[in-house]
Write a protein that binds this ligand. Structure first.
Ligand SMILES: NC(=O)c1ccc[n+]([C@@H]2O[C@H](COP(=O)([O-])OP(=O)(O)OC[C@H]3O[C@@H](n4cnc5c(N)ncnc54)[C@H](O)[C@@H]3O)[C@@H](O)[C@H]2O)c1
Length: 396
């Protein structure tokens, strides 16, 4: 059992509290901090939190703040992490870890130097569908991963600071791309080094300085490619989808808009539909248990178990740092229009990995390219001579 302190009483702070308090959890939210009296009082009342502060350090240093959960705007993550370092509190930080890799690295190094626990709250790597997909990949069900694409698009975030380039550290890439990059990285293998990034980003619709739409490719050392698609201008709700292609199979995951649950309403009555839903009449695509489908309960279980056992969680501050380094390269590439290297000052995975050969032999002289049954009933096999490189088909 742990006593928890939540910093930030806004959108994600409340989602975290719902996941922790609403499920007869043995872990208790005992302390909360938010900037305004109104927000902190409402939060404390809604979730029966005994100690509520508008002073961040008072909350972090409180005796009942054993584990501090950072749910503050991006520009406050470093300040909050440093307070946890100062008061030697275990710290869990929401995504993105930093606005830049430089900021994330400072947080990583400070936490490790202080010997405190640092967990990265990347919830979309804890959803039930993601966890099952990852297990299938790790068990070899789709062979060697060649391409891992993740998409998060919606009509844009709910609070002012997200739209401020300086406060957020970027636009849709830093806000949504952080999820997509870490999802692809998990599928490809976290020990495989991301080498370089090619990214298109533009401000297509919104009157902002940051990008509201971007697509990026991340090249990995083993030859696999990651892809992220992010937008703050998508219409129709929140589109969360992943696709993984391997030498032996394929995975398609749709986490939000088409989950097999549909409701039609003429508009009578009022109610919340789902995160980022744009309309509340006509056909609706609600989500049964949003917190669970977004991975929050699994994520906190992993974090608290790791703290108790003295082990590493699935998502660490180091992972947050790697994601920020990929994002930095994406921003650079969007400007230069070139493949830009991922500058990882600290790399803890494998080195010198090469692209493995998965060629299949047809016979001693030929490689097999493919075999297919045609509509006329013929079985065609296409092979390539190992020495001459000549390609031929054998019909049998
Ligand atoms: N899926 C996810 O994991 C997920 C989803 C949404 C947001 N987030 C992350 O959570 C963090 C917070 O986002 P949010 O959507 O909850 O934002 P929000 O604006 O809804 O809430 C932020 C909270 O911080 C407070 N705050 C704002 N400015 C402050 C300041 N200058 N000083 C002190 N407190 C201040 C606000 O009053 C509010 O209580 C961000 O880093 C965001 O990227 C994560």
């Amino acid at each position: 059992m742990a006593n928890l302190c939540i910093l930030g009483g806004g959108f994600i702070g409340r989602f975290y509290a719902e996941s922790l308090v609403g499920r007869r959890s043995k872990d208790k939210v005992k302390v909360v901090y938010s900037r305004s009296e109104t927000t902190v009082d409402r939060f404390a009342k809604d979730y029966q939190v005994p100690a509520a502060f508008t002073d961040m350090e008072a909350a972090v240093s409180h005796q009942d703040a054993e584990i501090v959960i950072i749910a503050l705007p991006n520009y406050l993550h470093e300040e909050a992490v440093m307070l946890c370092v100062k008061h030697k509190k275990s710290v869990l930080c929401t995504k993105p870890l930093g606005r830049t890799a430089e900021e994330a690295l400072r947080m990583l190094e400070a936490v490790e130097k202080a010997g405190i626990f640092g967990g990265y709250l990347e919830d979309l790597c804890y959803t039930p569908k993601f966890q099952k997909s990852l297990k299938s990949v790790q068990d070899g069900a789709i062979g060697r991963v060649l391409w891992a694409k993740s998409r998060e698009t919606h009509p844009g975030p709910h609070a002012d600071w997200f739209w401020d380039l300086e406060a957020a550290g970027g636009g849709a890439i830093v806000d949504l791309g952080c999820h997509c990059i870490e999802i692809s990285r998990n599928f490809i293998g976290k020990d495989i080094r991301p080498l370089e990034v090619m990214c298109w980003a533009d401000t297509q619709v919104k009157p902002i300085d940051a990008e509201d739409h971007a697509i990026g490719l991340v090249k990995y050392e083993n030859g696999a490619i990651g892809q992220f698609e992010v937008s703050w201008t998508f219409r129709g709700g929140m589109d969360l989808r992943d696709e993984v292609m391997g030498t032996e199979g394929t995975i398609w995951v749709n986490s939000w808009l088409r989950t097999g649950f549909e409701i039609f309403t003429s508009g009578e009555g009022k109610g919340y539909v789902a995160e980022k839903a744009e309309v509340d009449k006509g056909w609706q695509f609600p989500v049964g248990d949003e917190a669970h489908e977004l991975g929050y309960p699994n994520m906190f279980i992993d974090m608290f178990d790791a703290i108790e056992k003295g082990t590493q969680p699935q998502e660490t501050f180091y992972d947050g740092y790697v994601v920020n380094a990929v994002i930095d390269a994406a921003y650079k590439s969007a400007k230069t229009k070139l493949w830009e290297p991922v500058d990882l000052k600290v790399w803890r995975g494998k080195t010198g990995v090469t692209k493995p050969s998965v060629f299949q032999e047809y016979d001693a002289d030929h490689w097999l390219i493919k075999t297919e049954k045609l509509p006329n009933g013929d079985q065609v096999t296409i092979v390539r001579h190992k020495e001459s490189g000549k390609v031929k088909e054998i019909v049998g």
